[in-house]
Design a protein around this ligand. Structure first.
Ligand code: NAG
Ligand code: NAG
Ligand code: NAG
Ligand code: NAG
Ligand code: NAG
Length: 354
C-alpha cells in the first residue's frame, strides 16, 4: 500500500514537475466546426480555424508555426498583453506618493504592453486543459513578482479560454494583487483576418465599432486626456463601412482607442462587428472593458505561418482594455487593483457567416 502511495506521489510530482519546468507547448481546443490552438508563451492564441459561407476552412488569426518564432518576435501575435497594455507616457507613474520607473520600449520615452518582458513575452503555466465535453477550455496562469518590469507588488493572473455554444469562445481574464496596489490593464492582442491569415489585407473588411468617442492622441500616440466625437471623422464606424473608406485621412492607418458606448462595469457590451464580404465570415465582439484599441497593423512586415509574408494591414486588432495611460490620467477610469479588489475582464468572440 505504502509503495503504491509513493508511486502515486512520484507520478503526481512528475506531472507537476513539467509544469514547474514551464515547458513551452501548443494546446488545442475543438468543438463542432471551430478549432483553436494556443501556446503558453504569452498565453497566446496561435490559430482559429473556421468555415466560410461555403464550409471551406481557413485559419483567421495571424501567428507563427514554431515556438521559437513566438519567443523571438515582438509583435504580440495572439498574446495576452500586460501588466499594463498599451502606452505609459514617460515610462513612469506615481502611486500613493511613490514614483515607479518602468522600462522604455516604445520610442525614446515610453513603455508599451508592460515592458520588454511583459506578459506576452514570458512562459505561463497551464493549470487546466480539457478538450472533451460541452465546453472545452484551457486556463493559463502567471505569477508576476513584485518589481516585475518595474511594477509594484505580486500579481496572480489567470486567463481562461473556453469554447461555448456554436463557433463562439469566451475569454475571462482575472488578476489578484497579493500585497500592493498596482495598475492592471490586460488585453488580448490577436490579429484577425477573416479571409484567412494568408489572404492579403483587411482593407475591404466592413467594420462597425460601438464607440462614439475616441481618446485624442498626442504626437507619441498617447491620450491627451481629451475625448473627441468620431462623428464625421475617419474614426467614425458607428455605421458599418469598409476599413479602407477613410483610411487615407490618417498617416498610416488605425491605432486608436475608442470609448465604448455601453458604459463601465463588468457586464458585456457590444464592441465591434467585422465582416469579410469575400468569405462571408463575421466576427462579433463583446467585452466588459471600457475601451477598445483598433489597430490595423500599420507597419507589419514579416514572415508568418506557412511562410506567408505579413505586410501592413495583413490583420486587424480589437484589443478591448482600459484607456491607454490611465495610470497618469486622473480623469480616466482608474486601473488600480488592490489586494481584496481583484481585476476582471470578460470577452466574447462570436463567429458566423453571411
Ligand atoms: C459544420 O460545417 C458543416 C459544413 O459547412 C455544416 O454542414 C455543419 O452544419 C456544421 N456543424 C455545425 C454543428 O454547425
Ligand atoms: C499609502 O502609503 C501609506 C504610507 O506609506 C500606507 O500607510 C498606505 O497603506 C498606502 N496606501 C495604499 C493604498 O497602499
Ligand atoms: C523624450 O524626452 C525628452 C526629454 O524629456 C524630450 O526632449 C524628447 O522630446 C522626448 N521625445 C519625444 C519623441 O517626445
Ligand atoms: C508555475 O507553477 C509553479 C508551480 O506551482 C510555480 O512555482 C511557478 O511560480 C509558476 N510560474 C508562473 C510564471 O506563474
Ligand atoms: C521588410 O522586411 C524585409 C526583410 O527584412 C526588408 O528587406 C524590407 O526592407 C522591409 N520592408 C519595409 C517596408 O520595411
Amino acid at each position: 500500500m505504502a509503495k503504491i502511495i509513493v508511486l502515486c506521489c512520484l507520478i503526481i510530482l512528475a506531472a507537476f514537475g513539467s509544469v514547474n519546468a514551464q515547458k513551452i507547448g501548443f494546446y488545442e481546443l475543438k468543438k463542432d466546426n471551430i478549432t483553436l490552438k494556443f501556446t503558453n508563451w504569452g498565453a497566446a492564441i496561435v490559430s482559429v480555424i473556421l468555415p466560410d459561407r461555403n464550409g471551406k476552412l481557413a485559419d483567421v488569426a495571424l501567428g507563427f508555426d514554431s515556438i521559437q518564432e513566438y519567443e523571438t518576435n515582438k509583435r504580440n501575435f495572439g498574446a495576452v498583453v500586460g501588466r499594463v497594455a498599451n502606452r505609459i507616457k514617460g515610462a513612469q507613474f506615481t502611486l500613493n506618493g511613490t514614483v515607479y520607473k518602468l522600462i522604455v520600449n516604445d520610442g525614446p520615452n515610453n513603455t508599451i504592453h508592460g515592458g520588454p518582458q511583459g506578459f506576452a513575452h514570458v512562459v505561463w503555466n497551464v493549470t487546466a486543459h480539457s478538450n472533451v465535453g460541452h465546453t472545452p477550455y484551457i486556463v493559463f496562469t502567471y505569477h508576476s513578482i513584485d518589481g516585475d518590469q518595474g511594477f509594484p507588488g505580486d500579481l496572480l493572473v489567470t486567463v481562461r479560454y473556453a469554447l461555448i455554444g456554436h463557433n463562439k469562445f469566451s475569454i475571462t481574464m482575472k488578476a489578484v494583487a497579493l500585497n500592493k496596489p498596482t495598475p492592471v490593464n490586460l488585453a488580448q492582442h490577436a490579429y484577425w483576418n477573416l479571409g484567412g491569415h494568408d489572404s492579403g489585407n483587411i482593407l475591404s473588411n466592413v467594420i462597425q465599432i460601438f464607440g462614439s468617442q475616441i481618446t485624442a492622441l498626442d504626437s507619441e500616440l498617447i491620450p491627451t486626456g481629451k475625448f473627441e466625437p468620431v462623428k464625421g471623422t475617419p474614426y467614425d464606424f458607428l455605421e458599418p463601412r469598409p476599413i479602407k473608406s477613410k483610411i487615407n485621412g490618417l498617416a498610416k492607418g488605425y491605432d486608436i482607442n475608442y470609448v465604448l458606448d455601453g458604459g463601465v462595469g463588468n457586464k458585456l457590451k457590444r464592441v465591434a462587428v467585422v465582416q469579410d464580404p469575400k468569405s462571408g465570415r463575421v466576427l462579433e465582439l463583446s467585452a466588459s472593458a471600457p475601451g477598445v484599441q483598433f489597430f490595423t497593423a500599420n507597419s507589419l512586415n514579416m514572415t508568418g505561418k506557412g511562410g506567408f509574408g505579413y505586410k501592413p494591414h495583413a490583420g486587424l486588432c480589437l484589443e478591448t482594455q482600459a484607456f491607454p495611460n490611465s495610470v497618469n490620467q486622473p480623469n480616466f477610469p482608474s486601473t488600480i487593483v488592490s489586494p481584496g479588489k481583484p481585476y476582471e475582464h470578460n470577452m466574447l468572440f462570436k463567429f458566423s457567416t453571411n
